[in-house]
Design a protein around this ligand. Sequence first.
Ligand SMILES: [Zn+2]
Length: 174
Amino acid sequence: MSKVKKVTPSQIRAGKADFPLIGMPLGGQPVISPTKKKSPIFDFPKKFTDDDLRERLTSQQYNVTQKSGTEKAGTGEFYKHKGKGSYLCVVCHEDLFASATKYDSGSGWPSFYDVQSKDSIKLMADTSMMVPRTEVICSQCGAHLGHVFNDGPKETGKRYCINSSSLCFRGEDK
Ligand SMILES: [Zn+2]
């Protein structure tokens, strides 16, 4: 006779259940959800209401960061932008890229060969197109930023291909 194990809610909250906890949010832990295109789903520390975002962002910024849109190549305000400073997430102002790592990839989008900190972004598998890509999102608010490719310059070999619409710029004071 097989014994059915009972798991109490407190055991589940403590992560002690001995079966996969699908779609169950655990504080700060990634949640695997097989029904969603994107997984794991992260619980982002900075949260904004949809009304707030629609008020603060242009429709293009909203579409790119919240709907994983892509701005038309060569049209973004930061594509040919030069200047010393930092590129921040347009939604939550997390410091993402330093101007020193920006280079002209010829792609039509701002390109960087490194991030300020590995903690400021998260990478997700993006299978929305024929060729699988790696999506780059803001680690703090989950804003879609762009994609990363392995054809970057020799410093890192990475090319972070980022929408201008996901960024704002903070110049160096001096
Ligand atoms: Zn952000």
